[in-house]
Each structure stands twice: as structure tokens, then as C-alpha cells.
Design a protein around this ligand. Sequence first.
Ligand code: NAG
Ligand code: NAG
Ligand code: NAG
Length: 255
Amino acid sequence: MSMGKLRGCILLLLAIQAGHGRAADSGFSSEKASKLQKFVNGLIDCRKYVGMSIALVKDGETVFAQGFGYRDRQNRLRMENNTSISIGSISKGFTATLVAHAVSKEQLKWDQPLRDILGNDFRLMDEFRTEKATTRDLLAHTLGIPSFIGATMGIINVTREELCMKKLQHFPTKSDFRAKLEYSNFNFLLAGYVTEKLRRKTWENDVTETLFKALGMSDTKVGPKLTSADWQNTAYSHSIQDGKIVKNPEEDILP
Ligand SMILES: *[C@@H]1O[C@H](CO)[C@@H](O)[C@H](O)[C@H]1NC(C)=O
Ligand SMILES: *[C@@H]1O[C@H](CO)[C@@H](O)[C@H](O)[C@H]1NC(C)=O
Ligand SMILES: *[C@@H]1O[C@H](CO)[C@@H](O)[C@H](O)[C@H]1NC(C)=O
């Protein structure tokens, strides 16, 4: 799909800093490292995984960080120790952390109605949800809205603002408000939009400044587009077609 459509969505790449050379003084011996390497390589063969990265952190130190398998299986390009991988929905954890940061800075209360923050033009599918929904509902997936992951999201070519303020209210509901956990990407899009309104910066800038910079995640990137330079060391997604593992076109990276 075209990433141009995904202005409301998220693509997040993580790269693990290689921590080699520290094994000896970290308590993670080279013997343990080679056992782990053997195990993971076996796992990749046996489960037909394409590639993976593993990082072990002990007392704040990276004692092991290694890429396994392929970042592009078709062209036999290995997963390097510092290959970026798109993390899809794991980015929800970053959004949740931004919300928690806003709460810690007293910019927001967990149980403050969204309408207080987004104004009277904000609407959800019914009056009850519109009045009562809070960021707690968003992060706990209790809004009862459907997920529409994948294809359907791609069809919606709108900004985050249009999606949250104009479109969402017309979606059907999936379950009653606060009745059960109903996983939906839209909960987190909305949570990201709430932080944008409160903190007057885009979700992309906020996550970069507040989290990546603070944590020294200098190889981590967020945004809808990858450059051809990025693709030099980014893992492709793969799928199984007719029993064969094939590389998906790069546009197919979905949040
Ligand atoms: C990648 O990391 C592993 C484990 O930490 C290490 O043994 C290996 O030498 C590293 N490879 C490169 C190219 O740095
Ligand atoms: C990743 O590691 C390779 C060596 O394994 C090195 O040539 C390359 O510059 C590194 N890239 C980044 C972005 O650190
Ligand atoms: C999506 O919307 C933008 C701005 O409204 C427009 O420039 C672009 O052509 C649209 N893309 C598609 C695939 O409809």
C-alpha cells in the first residue's frame, strides 16, 4: 500500500545497538552466547522464521545483541546486528508512554473525558461514549470500536485530525462501551492525537524528542516513509505464498 495514505498511522523502526565485546565482563560468557546462537538458529530453521533480533540487557547494559536469519531472504541479505525492523503495533507502547508522560506532567488526567481535551466538536458513535470516554478507555481498549486493521485503514486517506474528529464517529461500534476489551488501532490513533493537542507537537516529533532522544535510540525512526538509504539495512516483511516464503514489496510495511 502507499505510505502516503498513512499519515494517520505509524511506522516505527527500532535498531538494536550492537553490544559486542562486552560479553566477558558482563556475566554473559561467550559460551552462553554460542549456546544461544545455536538455539536461535535452530529455531529459525525449525519454525521457518525469516529473521529476528535478540538483545539481552542486564543491569542496564546490553550484554548481547545480534541479528539472525535474513532481512531480505530472496536476495540472501543477512539480518545484521544493527538492522532496523518495523515494529507495527509495538509502537502502541510508545504512545501509551507519551500519555503517561503527559499525566506525570499534569497535562492530563487518566479519567478526564476526551471531550474536555478535544472540544465540543469531538464526537464518538453515540452520546454516551462522546461524554464519558477517557484516555484510560483508549489505552485499555474499552471504547468498543472495531479494529479495521490492514486494508481498510489503507483506504482511508485522511489526516489524523480528520480521522479522529470527523470520521471515527461514523464507524459502527463493535461492542458496548466498557463491556469488554475490544482491540482497535483507532484507540491508539486517538490517544496519539490527544497528546498532539495537549502538547502542541506532532506525535512523530513528540515520540522522537521525549522518548528516542532521552533513551539514546539514535537509529530509531518514525514516520510513513522510508528512504532508499533506510532500506539498505531494514528488514522486509515476508509472507508464505503457496508454501514458499516470499518477500513483500517494501510498500507493504503496515503499521
Ligand atoms: C554481532 O553480535 C554478536 C553477538 O553480540 C557478535 O558475536 C558479532 O561479532 C557481531 N557482529 C558484528 C558484525 O559486529
Ligand atoms: C551497522 O553495522 C555495520 C557492520 O556490521 C556497519 O558497516 C554499519 O555502518 C552499521 N550501521 C549503522 C547505522 O550503525
Ligand atoms: C491522499 O490525500 C492527499 C491530500 O489530500 C492527496 O494529495 C493524495 O493524492 C491522496 N492519495 C490518494 C491515494 O488518494
